[in-house]
Design a protein around this ligand. Structure first.
Ligand code: GLC
Length: 728
């Protein structure tokens, strides 16, 4: 009999339910949910009423509680410890939306690996990451946590992060179980308001919001966290059709579902359960394994059993899945393995500071650079650095930063001071970063603005350090007016009015819609939340020792009224035609975003040749090779990202104007030309048919390559997918 079967045979009902309970501890350090964390007594652990915990940090504290479970509980079942290790534990990489801007799966995997090593070293077993929610609405604060607007990017991000966190052997003391979250369509929240219903079609769910999660499952993620929200009235936490029939039975998911914080109990608020017993029953029957902090399982499952809403067999099957993941993580054989000072060193000792600095440099996105203002010369006249974030450490690491080691964060001021040792730098705060609360704040800001403008007027070059305070980004941080906060816009307006060469340096977790300011600035560099080495990375780019390489992972709207604006929209029956009144358009602004997906400048220029294909007509099974050549036409080395889009011109359903199929980032020396070859297979020409099953429909496909989703800049070739011969 297997260890798990033996345990199940020996467990009481209370011990079985205990294995399905995850509680939030360590409230004095980290609280990530609506209720004060329930500090279960050690007695709960000793009695087997708790099987997992989150938010407890520190190897000694984790090991001490594990010791109670292993030595003092009746069946000695190890606890599972989880934490949100999203973009670093002590050492932070850029926040995920910024890291996505690098379009570097190799870096995405490396930063996950280093986060895993730091977290495992502290005794953590599982991370609630990667967050894979596609997002096209900058009003939604959690856009910062995910891989942007496109499902193909989401798939690549999922694969890289799961591999990076988990490594090759989940039982290794250096493997951190990955949790793909928040399944699914959480980013489609109505009006960008966090937790709100996702009103999307079944087709959009499958074409846009599911692919990244399927990639995570296929890469072997050990956990999935369903979203708080409902999709067209079906709360995902209680949706058996998705959690079990699709993900377990069709995709082959073999891990566990960890509910989001309090989400099972919130099925009552959703109005699909009358009480905690019904909520527990609905979630358990849907396939939900761990109840994070809602008390529905500990308080409602036995009642549900007594009412006949669930069976003991179902409870046993659920407990077995949880015990199986604990076994796969090696917790039975080595409950103290993660954090054991005597364990073998990781296979590769990573230079963490170098990796997060590289990730930050690769993520910095240069939106504009009029007359080549950047990079700034190492010598020259005074540089005025104006704005509220130049010395702000929290602004470098953003939300969901784990234990982000504040002492180890390089600020913008520190970075610039190190990078420009002989050039005079002067600094002024300019205004508070956040909303003005009262008259006193108002007066203080008025003085700060005046002082900053006066200082800026003495400078040869001005760097405006603006952005969105990190605490206004992330969960429960939806903003109907995603623009600069406080009086930053006023400060920027008055500094720009001086007419001196001015760079806007934007630290933010979403596109901030400030079209007038961005158009007036001579250069705009988006730093996102660049991580622990953010100051050095920014200075590397401003000083020109490194070139910016980031590309927008989300379209940058011209106006809030454009939201959602994204490249993958369908043509409609009246596609926009300039000058044609009865076509899809606004009367007051263009349809196009201010900056398109993929936009980002370097310190050199690149050219791309029209694509060449291996065959003008082909069958799906034969596949197709498409090649193009990219040239660095400038004086400096630099990197660029090439995107391959497809347009299925005629199909059984209206297809998006552009579908991203591949992307590749490459570094080219000045004058260097390189060929890129994309091998396309049947899957690249599939669509979901009327029944949402993948199928290949013969017909014309326009294949386009370019440096962004701006269709005017793409080089296109048409090919013909032929029908497969009918087998007699
Ligand atoms: C939060 C978040 C989720 C996180 C969880 C545990 O509410 O929605 O992303 O992993 O709780 O902290």
């Amino acid at each position: 009999m297997s260890r798990i079967s033996e345990l199940l045979a020996a467990m009481t009902l209370e011990e079985k339910i205990g294995q399905l309970v995850m509680v939030s501890l360590g409230a004095e350090t980290i609280v990530t949910g609506p209720k004060a964390a329930q500090e279960p007594s050690v007695a709960d652990v000793r009695a087997g009423r708790v099987g997992s915990a989150l938010n407890l940090v520190g190897r000694d504290r984790i090991h001490a509680l594990q010791k109670v479970a292993i030595e003092e509980s009746r069946l000695k079942i190890p606890l599972l410890f989880g934490l949100d290790v999203v973009h670093g534990y002590f050492t932070n990489a850029p926040a995920p939306l910024g890291e996505t801007a690098a379009f570097r799966p190799d870096l995405w995997e490396k930063t996950a690996r280093l986060a895993a090593e730091e977290a495992c070293d502290d005794g953590i077993h599982l991370t609630f990451a990667p967050m894979l929610d596609c997002a096209r609405d900058p009003r939604w604060g959690r856009i910062v946590e995910g891989p942007g607007e496109d499902p193909t990017v989401g798939r690549a991000f999922a694969r890289a992060k799961v591999r990076g966190f988990q490594g090759d052997d989940p039982a290794s003391p250096w493997s951190l179980a990955a949790t793909a979250k928040h399944f699914a369509a959480y980013g489609a929240a109505t009006a960008g308001r966090d937790y709100a219903s996702a009103e999307i079609s079944e087709r959009t769910l499958h074409e846009v919001y599911l692919p990244a999660f399927e990639a995570a499952v296929k890469t072997g993620c050990l956990a999935i966290m369903p979203a708080f929200s409902d999709i067209a009235g079906r709360p995902v936490t209680g949706d058996r059709r998705l959690l079990t029939e699709l993900v377990r039975e069709r995709w082959g998911f073999e891990g566990i579902y960890v509910s989001d914080y309090d989400a099972i109990g919130e099925l009552v608020a959703h109005g699909v359960a009358a009480d905690m017993a019904e909520a527990a029953a609905l979630a358990l029957k849907a396939g939900m394994d761990l109840d994070m902090e809602s008390r529905a399982y500990p308080d409602g499952l036995k009642v549900a059993l007594d009412r006949g809403l669930v069976s003991l067999e179902l409870i046993d099957a659920t407990v077995a899945r949880v015990l199986c993941v604990k076994e796969r993580l090696g917790l039975f054989d080595a409950p103290f393995g993660r954090g054991d000072p005597n364990r073998p060193a990781p296979s590769t000792r990573l230079d963490r500071r170098a990796i997060v600095r590289e990730a930050a440099i690769a993520s910095l996105t240069l939106l504009s650079n009029r007359d080549g203002l950047l990079p700034l010369a190492s010598t020259g006249g005074r540089v005025a650095v104006i704005g509220p974030f130049a010395e702000d450490t929290a602004q470098m690491i953003g939300p969901w930063c784990g234990l982000g080691d504040q002492d180890e964060i390089v600020t913008i001021r520190q970075g610039l001071t190190a990078a420009f040792p002989t050039r005079e730098l002067v600094f002024a705060r300019g205004c508070a970063p956040d909303y003005v609360e009262d008259d006193a704040d108002e007066e203080k800001d008025t003085a700060l603005i005046a002082e900053a403008v006066a200082l800026a007027a003495t400078a040869e070059v001005i760097v405006l350090v603006l952005g969105e305070p990190a605490e206004l980004s992330g969960e429960a941080a939806s903003r109907a007016d995603p623009t600069l906060t406080g009086r930053q816009a006023e400060l920027a307006d008055r500094v720009l009015a001086l007419g001196r060469p001015t760079v806007i340096l934007m630290t933010c977790g979403r596109p901030l819609i400030e079209t007038d300011l961005l158009e007036r600035a001579d250069a705009t560099l988006v730093a996102w939340y660049p991580g622990s080495e953010g100051g050095h990375a920014i200075a590397d780019v401003l000083a020109g020792s490194r070139a910016p390489a980031g590309r927008l992972p989300v379209s940058w709207p011209i106006a809030i009224g454009q939201i959602p604006v994204f490249f993958g929209e369908r043509p409609s029956g009246r596609p926009y035609v300039p000058g044609e009144h009865f076509t899809t358009q606004y009367l007051d602004i263009p349809n196009a975003p201010l900056f398109p997906f993929g936009h980002g400048l370097s310190y050199t220029t690149f050219e791309i040749e029209p694509p060449i294909v291996s065959a003008a007509t082909f069958r799906a099974a034969e596949g197709l090779r498409l090649s193009t050549r990219v040239r660095n036409a400038g004086e400096r080395a630099g990197s660029t990202t090439v995107y391959l889009f497809a347009r299925d011109v005629v199909a059984s359903t209206s297809r998006p104007l552009l579908e991203l199929k591949r992307f590749e980032t490459l570094e080219l020396a000045s004058g260097e030309t390189r060929e890129i070859v994309f091998a396309l297979g049947a899957g690249d020409f599939e669509l979901l048919g009327p029944d949402l099953a993948p199928c290949c429909e013969p017909g014309r496909f326009d294949l386009s390559v370019g440096f962004s989703a701006d269709r005017a800049g793409l080089k296109t070739i048409s090919v013909e997918l032929r029908a497969d011969p009918v087998v007699a």
